[in-house]
Design a binder for this molecule. Structure first.
Ligand code: FEO
Length: 180
């Protein structure tokens, strides 16, 4: 009896776009790690905890892509990561930069969706929908935080309460092998 195996070969344009996304997620993790470290040095323990967790979450986003590319017959490239900004003008600067960065990531995810449709790669298109939803949540969270920071203004008591609130919040980092 002859068994025929169909080898999966990933579309090269999709593979390149996924590797580009791996680099963006890796940089996000590094960028938020730099923000977390800065906040820790400022004594903003809640903010730093939140940002350390956010950095872990971005690493998970990267890892999920790495595993998908390799499992689908492509080759994930682990990128060199540039030096992130390490100094910030204050908490508003940190979270504005985080929001701006998430908007760049959303554009990149949307471009990836577009490439999947152009190349008729519906499997990757389906996979990437998880990232589309994730971006919606992350943008909403960053906007909510920015709104709170604008309300606080220069009020030191408000900053204390804001930092304490972040200490009690938590970001769930999921299993990269999970499908959702
Ligand atoms: Fe993975 Fe926040 O983008």
């Amino acid at each position: 009896m002859i068994t025929l195996y169909k080898t999966i070969i990933m579309n090269t344009r999709v593979e390149k776009a996924l590797n580009n996304q791996i680099e963006k997620e890796a940089f996000s993790s590094q960028f938020y790690l730099a923000m977390a470290s800065w906040a820790e040095n400022q004594g903003l323990n809640g903010t730093s905890k939140f940002l350390y967790e956010h950095s872990d979450e971005e690493r998970f986003h990267m890892l999920k892509l790495v595993k998908f590319v390799n499992e689908r017959g492509g080759k994930a490239i682990i990128p060199a990561i540039g030096l992130p900004q390490n100094n910030f003008d204050g908490i508003a600067d940190v979270f504005q930069k985080l929001l701006d960065h998430e908007l760049i990531v959303t554009d990149s995810i949307n471009e990836l969706v577009d490439i999947c449709l152009q190349e008729k790669d519906y499997t990757t298109h389906n996979f990437i929908q998880w990232y589309v939803s994730e971006q919606l949540e992350e943008e909403a969270l960053a906007r909510t935080i920015m709104d709170k920071i604008k309300l606080i203004g220069n009020d030191k008591g408000g900053l204390y309460l804001f930092d304490r609130d972040l200490e009690n919040s938590s970001i769930q980092v999921s299993n990269p092998n999970a499908t959702v």
